[in-house]
Design a protein around this ligand. Sequence first.
Ligand SMILES: Nc1ncnc2c1ncn2[C@@H]1O[C@H](COP(=O)(O)OP(=O)(O)O)[C@@H](O)[C@H]1O
Ligand SMILES: [Mg+2]
Length: 311
Amino acid sequence: MNALLEVANLEKSYHKKDVIHKISFTIYQGEILCFLGPNGAGKSTTINIISGALGFDGGEIKFKGQSIDQNVTQFKEKLGIVPQNLALYEDLTAEQNVHFFASLYGLKGQTLKNGIDFALRSVGLTGHRKDKVNTFSGGMKRRLNIACAIAHQPELLIMDEPTVGIDPQSRNHILASIRQMQQEGMTVLYTTHYMEEVEEISTRIIIMDHGKIIAEGSKESLKEVSGEKNIVITLETSENLHTDCFYEIEGITDVKTLDQQLMISTIQGVENLDKIISSLLQQQQKICNIEIQSNNLETIFLDLTGRSLRD
Ligand SMILES: Nc1ncnc2c1ncn2[C@@H]1O[C@H](COP(=O)(O)OP(=O)(O)O)[C@@H](O)[C@H]1O
Ligand SMILES: [Mg+2]
């Protein structure tokens, strides 16, 4: 994996209050890196620093191995920034908005025209190109906000909570277009406090809280970190079920029954499903269904911080 952007020991304080505490991370070419963290974690501050909108107090940022201090203008052309707050001209059409932002990146003539077409197509607004923004729904505005950031075909697309407060259909549309752009070669840094989105699009995750990185990895590897998984077995009936024997099986920490369901908590990585099943068969139980629930990002966050993502 090639590093596209490397951040080392980044520090930022506001009025002497540290909000980013020496964080280090790398964005690799071709990935969708999701920054997951609750409000106030420092996601926007980090993004605003990378995009050059905000200064920083310590650390270093490198783009393709070059420190960005030496090369700010060239670096900025490679980025597409979708800000947390909409930045659109309500009285202009969709096309005119994209035109405006693409021109700021120096696009002209046919390249500009192609860029506008590409951007509007990517977010599914081609049919509304001549419509004024003040006629758009919240979801359409969010999509146009993204179009304005991609007409110049950036190498790194940075998105700050681009789906807050929109309808599920627009959200699905946005997530699908992000995946599409990644498949066409764009690298994406995506911040959100919605773990469902991270589950859906991330190729790698950084969990942030209080200005620090508290965990990093793929969905699968983060889920492995957290200690337990639940096995839920649906039986024809749990009337004559004896549960004591399950505690003799290695890895099992808790056993509960509810109606026809047998719920077993077990330590991750201990292979004991065969023993559980043979114990049930010995008791002549009829198994109707088996479901294995591994941890989700919400429970991982809870494990790491003692707080819910939505606090
Ligand atoms: N302009 C500012 N002045 C003072 N404090 C700020 C400013 N912007 C952000 N903060 C503080 O920095 C911390 C991180 O904020 P932010 O980066 O916006 O978090 P997130 O985007 O994850 O919600 C918060 O405690 C917030 O109150
Ligand atoms: Mg924010």
